[in-house]
Write a protein that binds this ligand. Structure first.
Ligand code: GLA
Length: 724
């Protein structure tokens, strides 16, 4: 990790272990001269030459507009000659929209400042470059902040915009990061729906704009705030790939713009369609940050870089490297139909099977017997739990289990005491009908008094119940965005202020209960993003727990996020979402590639099935350190081969390997399959701990490991190798 400034060529050289980013101040502008695998700084001097390009670029004032439209701006402004997708757009008090940030000065220092109120990466061995750009007519400065980490190829970028003038300014767009790249790329995005989150899509970039994003208030099931750009020949194991991951959980846009000279601009940030922010004189605006990375080692290397980075520099929870409790969640076991006896019966069975934590899901509060009432009334449902939550917690703990609970803090049911008392707390536009979703409305999280109410109720339940785990759900998207506390011209701030409110409440909760295990959730995996990981060491990946579906969902999620953060449960067969039957072992093997738990009525299982659960939990205790701390390798791509999937986890020192093979669909006369393993020590010898067979690392990586014959659909096996 090194940041240099070469005075003569006005060149900033940012070197991580294997990558270099070169930023250059030329003709007043700041340009991205290069970003990619490591280079030495001298190579860069000519990179910003744009003269050879047919029509223009010269710095003569009469050609300035053309010059600006070809220049690889590190942070392009709108309205002064660059017609590509802008990073910044500002409207002045007179209504004019134009901004052209020019290079001013820089600062290099150890460490990384906190982004107050926002989730952000951190580290003890890191260095930051701040480059300040200024737009004099607006009296505005833009501070680009790039942080490099000693042990990572990730660069964290964020931007601060300050109004030094005497009149207010309106920020119409303030993206967090902008890259300019030469060459041809495919764009990889993670897209989906409820129960089908983060399916991988790869399409070539074409001239013009391509984008994905969210404008529904959460990062969403539809698109994820991560994208990769890779060269067309890039595979899982080789080729150049760039990643942009937004540390944010609300509306975002990921956009590329390829201009007519083939230059690629890639931006990530708050979605401009739902963002406007007023900057009063002397006020500043801090964007959330983007985690940039680049590797020549293919998609797998990019993913492992992100996994390590998030574990070391983003997830703060004390639970990060602890063995996560094996939980039983009552949702798919009982849905709303439960009472204290049923919960205790589940707890008995869970204790008998060797589980660690009982999670009481939706339905324990207010008068909630179905999904059409009581959100916001965070008081115990006295018919279901007549003795209250304290004795229930005590009884569960007596059985040797911890006690966890579900909240959906950001919601309010029209049929609730809370709504009766505070109808105006629901997000709505006066005079316009409320659009319900799952019969519920969203609370106006921008308002501190609402957060205070939620904080008080949650603290009280957590204390009374002796709760050590909270599942924080968010089951609808936002419509009719509006807050009566914001003046008309500031309504564009609603969505970002909403997210800041959610983060504030999470922060307060974790301050009050530092050891709380917080699991994020949003109608399954509708808010699985790097912003949430700052607060939640695990996030419920999807409501779809079918093994075959999960293979795809977990594969897509692993492109950016560590498997150790993926909530994964063994549920009933036939599966409640797709009605597919699958083998008990296959369900468990899929869940082993995440945080492990159960979500089915285990009181109804036979003694034989309970014995299988005990064995699965033993596997979890044995292998989970590999998932939590090791490296993840995707050995097949289920989006290309839908019949068979395999993945592996390797200890960082290559001493131990866990491989999971999953036959999703059995076919007659299946060819023998050999899995070429990755990440082993070539000249070491490995032993299969089940069969006792020995293999050299090089053989396993070059010839491959023969996959045992699996017979039937959704059949799987684990293979465990140890270095001799
Ligand atoms: C969401 C969650 C589920 C469950 C239900 C309860 O759909 O993803 O796991 O908690 O809400 O209503």
């Amino acid at each position: 990790m090194q940041i240099e400034f070469v005075e003569k060529s006005q060149l900033f050289c940012l070197h991580t272990g294997h990558t270099t980013m070169l930023l250059q101040a030329a003709d007043g502008h700041l340009g991205m001269a290069y970003y990619g695998p490591s280079v030495t700084a001298q190579d860069a001097v000519s990179l910003l030459e744009t003269k050879e390009c047919a029509f223009t670029p010269t710095v003569m004032p009469r050609e300035l507009a053309n010059y600006r439209n070809a220049y690889p701006h590190a942070y392009p402004g709108y309205g002064c000659g660059d017609y590509r997708e802008a990073a910044l757009r500002v409207t002045a008090a007179n209504g004019a929209s134009a901004v052209c940030p020019l290079y001013q000065n820089y600062r290099i220092y150890d460490g990384k400042p906190e982004l107050s109120g926002l989730p952000h990466s951190f580290g003890s061995d890191c260095r930051t470059l701040e480059i300040t750009l200024a737009d004099e007519p607006l009296s505005l400065t833009v501070t680009l902040r790039y942080t490099l980490f000693a042990d990572s190829d990730v660069i964290a970028q964020s931007v601060r915009i300050d109004n030094h003038g005497t009149a207010p300014l309106m920020l119409d767009r303030a993206m967090s990061a902008c890259l300019t790249l030469a060459g041809q790329y495919d764009m990889i995005t993670l897209n989906g729906e409820w129960a089908r989150e983060r399916h991988v899509q790869r399409v070539p970039l074409h001239t013009g704009r391509q984008s994905v994003g969210s404008i529904c208030g959460i990062s969403s099931h539809f698109h994820n705030p991560f994208f990769a750009l890779c060269e067309p020949e890039t595979t899982e194991t080789q080729g150049r790939v760039y990643g942009l991951c937004f540390v944010y959980s609300g509306n975002f846009e990921a956009v590329t713009d390829v201009d007519n000279n083939g230059s690629v601009r890639a931006l990530m940030g708050l979605h401009p369609e739902t963002f406007r922010w007023e900057l009063q004189p002397d006020e500043g605006f801090q964007t959330p940050e983007v985690l940039l990375t680049c590797t020549a080692g293919g998609l797998g290397a990019m993913s492992r870089c992100y996994h390590d980075f998030m574990r070391r520099h983003l997830i703060r929870s004390p639970w990060l490297y602890r063995e996560r409790p094996v939980l039983i969640n009552n949702w798919e076991a009982t849905y709303f139909d439960f009472n204290a006896e049923k919960i205790l019966a589940l707890a008995d069975a869970a204790a008998d099977c060797g589980m660690d934590l009982l999670v009481m899901d939706d339905g324990w509060f207010g008068r909630r017997n179905s999904d059409d009432s009581s959100l916001g009334d965070w008081f115990v449902h006295t018919e279901k739990l007549p003795d209250g939550i304290a004795p229930l917690g005590e009884a569960i703990r007596k059985k040797g289990l911890r006690f966890g609970i579900w909240f959906e803090p950001e919601m309010i049911s029209p049929d609730s005491m809370l709504f009766q008392a505070h109808p105006d707390w629901a997000v709505q536009i006066p005079g316009r009908p409320l659009t319900l979703s799952r019969a519920q409305c969203v609370l106006d999280m921008t308002r501190p008094e609402i957060r205070d109410y939620l904080f008080a109720r949650m603290c009280s339940i957590i204390r009374e119940g002796g709760i050590s785990y909270v599942k924080w759900d968010m089951n609808r998207r936002i419509t009719e965005a509006f807050s009566p506390t914001l003046p008309p011209h500031r309504q564009g701030e609603f969505f970002h202020r909403y997210m800041l409110g959610v983060y504030d409440l999470m922060e307060r909760l974790l301050e009050a209960f530092p050891d709380l295990l917080l699991e994020g959730c949003a109608g399954g995996g509708g808010r699985f993003d790097a912003g949430m990981l700052y607060y939640c060491p695990q996030i419920w990946t999807s409501d779809d727990t079918d093994a075959a579906e999960r293979v795809k969902i977990q594969y897509g999620t692993s492109l950016c996020y560590p498997p150790s953060a993926m909530g994964a449960h063994v549920s009933a067969s036939p599966n409640h979402t797709v009605a597919r039957n699958s083998d008990f072992a296959a369900r468990a093997h899929t869940a082993l590639a995440g945080t492990f738990g159960y979500e089915l009525d285990i009181t109804k299982l036979s003694e034989d099935e309970r014995a299988q659960i005990r064995a699965q939990i033993a596997d979890y205790r044995r292998f989970s350190p590999l998932v939590r701390e090791g490296d993840c390798y995707r050995l097949t791509n289920p989006f290309e081969d839908g019949d068979f999937a395999a993945w592996m986890f390797a200890a960082k020192d290559g001493s131990e390997i866990l491989i999971t093979c999953m036959q999703i669909m059995c076919r007659p006369h299946m060819p023998y399959r050999f899995l070429r393993l990755q990440g082993l020590i070539p000249d070491a010898s490995y032993t299969d701990t089940q069969t006792g067979e020995h293999f050299s690392g090089s053989l396993l990586m070059q010839a491959g490991l023969r996959v045992p014959k699996l017979w039937g659909d959704s059949r799987s096996c684990l293979i465990h190798l140890k270095k001799d």
